[in-house]
Structures are given as structure tokens and as C-alpha cells.
Design a protein around this ligand. Structure first.
Ligand code: ATP
Ligand code: MG
Length: 328
């Protein structure tokens, strides 16, 4: 069975971009693959966090995994820090990684806001921890959004280098991005990707936003002055983004939506999109409320960590052996 690995950071509540780019794929894959889905809380430390909030957000993300339909009988769900092999493997991989290749990572440049001098070292090296996450599970497929392409390529480069220098230990992973929704743009700035850590609350819609807030955010979403519902990424990034969201939530193709709203303008389009979004998210929100404080989430994560530790430790042991790290 094909092995799959992916994860999301507990840096905020999962938003539509995370869902359409990555998490929806997690659910689609759970029936036909052996999948490991992680809440990558160690990655969240790369930017300073309130400790109590980090704990809560870690459980929130796990509860969202369950609320969107991941089934712990089919998919292994766990928290990264519960599997210590990730950090040890990251160190071993750091020792074969190059400063030059990390310096080329676009996300580091963006998140450090161009000031490498004052950026955290963890922010710089975090793609290596991500490589460790993926490689420990010998994952063949990694469902992620388009923004992660460069990190997955780096993971492959590091794995290839390890296999060449120390012998075949790792499977080379392939990126899996959805045909539609691989890069959902920010509502208030549709030339940038939607992001959990964005400063403005108008940037994204979280899966747990209440209907009133969803309405406000979509009403404020940037469009253009043409007032024609038409998909054109170049000249109409805002409307094209909203069409993508509408299409994936409703199952209606973008073409059909363009036809449906011909001559109707943005008012009616947004009104219907608000309804479609609220309706889509309602059952997810209800399920989240049911389970978040029931003890079930913690139970699932403990079981998941046990299974994940077994798989990860097996690969870690091979890494140690290959690199000459004594195991007594
Ligand atoms: P942060 O801003 O803290 O990095 P994020 O919104 O980028 O948060 P991550 O936890 O880093 O979220 O990413 C989780 C998953 O969501 C990854 O697979 C990532 O590729 C995907 N993803 C993130 N943003 C988008 C987006 N705007 N569109 C599609 N997929 C996305
Ligand atoms: Mg991110």
C-alpha cells in the first residue's frame, strides 16, 4: 500500500487554504493508502508562541483533522513532539545539508522578512526537520499545497544525498497537489497566499469561523471594478480565488459558475458564496464542538503516536547504523 505523510502547523486555526490545498486530500487518500498525518508542533516554535496557546492549538488542529472526516482506524494521527525520532533524524540530516540550499528557500526569505541576521536559526533549518518528518515514514506521496513544492524538492535532494553517501535508506517522496485549490489566495490581498500567521484577520477564513464572521470576511474580500464573474488569474486574482472556493465547495465547475452569474454582478455571487461556505463548514464545526473537549482527541493522538513511533524508530535505527552512530 502506498505510504503517505503530511502535517499542518498549530500556528492558528486551519483555514480554507489549508483545507483545500492539503487537508481535503488527506481525507480523500485515507481509504486507499497507509497515511500518517501529524500536527507539526515543533515547527510552530520557529516563530515565538505563547506556550499555553500552543498546547491548545495543537489539540485544535488534531480535532479539526477528526472533524473533517479523518478516521483514526484508517489514518494514523499524531503530534510531532510525541515522536522524538523526528528531532534526532533532523540533526542527522542537518549534518549532510548545505547552508546554500537552505538559503534559497523562498519561505525563509518571506518569513524572515528579508532580515536573515535577526531571524531564528530554527526558522532557517526547519525545512530539514520537515525532511526528517517525511523521510522517517518512507513516504511515497506528500499531499501539500503548492507553497511546499520547494521544501519537498529539498527533501528529495537530501534523501538522494544520504542514499548516495551512506547507502539506500530512504524512499524518495513525491509531492501531491490538488488540481484545484493548490494555492488559495488571501481574501484581502489576492496576490499572496492565504496564511495562518498573516497579521490581518481579513486574510483568511478559518474552518471554525462563525457564520456572521464568514459573511463579513467574504463581503470584504477584494475583487475588482469590472463586476463580471470571470476566471482570470492575471487580471482578476480576487474573483478567480472566490470562484475556486465556490467551485470546490459546491461541486459546480468554474465554467458553469461563470455562466450562472453572467450579468448578475458580484453582489449575488458573494451572497451565494457566503451561503455555500457556511453550509459546507457547518457539519465540520458541529463535529469539532462535540469532540474537542471530550477526551477523544487525546486518546486518538496517544494511539497514533504509538504506531508512528514504531515506524519512525525503524528508519531512525537504519540512519544511525548507516552513519556510524553506535547503538548499544
Ligand atoms: P503559516 O502561515 O503558519 O506557515 P500556513 O497557513 O502556511 O501557516 P501550514 O501549517 O504551514 O499553514 O501548512 C499546512 C498545509 O496547508 C501545507 O500542506 C500547506 O502547503 C497548505 N497550505 C498553506 N497555505 C495554503 C494556501 N493558501 N493554499 C493552499 N494550500 C495551503
Ligand atoms: Mg506555512
Amino acid at each position: 500500500m502506498v505510504r503517505v505523510f503530511s502535517g499542518a502547523q498549530p500556528t492558528g486555526i486551519i483555514h480554507l487554504g489549508n483545507y483545500l490545498g492539503a487537508l481535503k486530500q488527506y481525507v480523500d487518500l485515507q481509504n486507499e493508502t497507509d497515511c500518517y498525518y501529524c500536527v507539526v508542533n515543533m515547527h510552530a516554535l520557529t516563530i515565538p508562541r505563547d506556550p499555553q496557546e500552543l498546547k491548545e492549538k495543537t489539540l485544535d488542529v488534531a480535532a479539526i483533522y477528526l472533524a473533517i472526516g479523518l478516521d483514526p482506524k484508517k489514518a494514523t494521527l499524531f503530534v510531532q513532539s510525541q515522536v522524538p525520532a523526528h528531532t534526532e533524524a533532523a540533526w542527522l540530516l542537518q549534518c549532510i545539508s548545505r547552508v546554500g540550499e537552505l538559503s534559497r528557500m523562498v519561505q525563509f526569505k518571506e518569513k524572515s522578512k528579508g532580515s536573515a541576521e535577526s531571524a531564528g536559526v530554527g526558522l532557517f533549518t526547519y525545512p530539514i526537520l520537515q525532511a526528517a518528518d517525511i523521510l522517517l515514514y518512507q513516504a511515497e506521496k506528500v499531499p501539500v499545497g503548492e507553497d511546499q513544492r520547494q521544501h519537498i524538492e529539498l527533501t528529495r535532494d537530501i534523501a538522494e544525498r544520504f542514499n548516495r553517501d551512506y547507502g539506500e535508506v530512504f524512499t524518495l517522496p513525491e509531492i501531491l497537489v490538488p488540481k484545484v485549490g493548490a494555492k488559495i489566495m488571501a481574501l484581502d490581498e489576492p496576490t499572496k497566499k492565504m496564511s495562518k500567521s498573516a497579521e490581518s484577520k481579513w486574510n483568511s477564513i478559518a474552518l471554525l469561523d462563525d457564520p456572521k464572521l464568514i459573511e463579513k470576511k467574504l463581503k470584504r474580500a477584494v475583487t475588482d471594478s469590472e463586476n463580471q464573474v470571470r476566471y482570470d488569474l492575471e487580471t482578476k486574482p480576487g474573483v478567480s480565488n472566490l470562484l475556486t472556493i465556490y467551485s470546490t465547495f459546491s461541486g459546480i465547475s468554474i465554467r458553469e459558475l461563470e455562466r450562472k452569474y453572467e450579468g448578475l454582478g458580484y453582489g449575488q455571487f458573494k451572497k451565494d458564496l457566503i451561503e455555500v461556505t457556511i453550509d459546507y463548514l457547518r457539519p465540520i464545526q458541529e463535529r469539532f464542538q462535540e469532540i474537542r473537549h471530550s477526551g477523544y482527541v487525546e486518546e486518538v493522538l496517544k494511539d497514533g503516536a504509538e504506531k508512528a513511533n514504531q515506524v519512525a524508530n525503524e528508519t531512525l535505527s537504519k540512519m544511525r547504523q548507516a552513519m556510524g552512530i553506535i547503538q548499544l
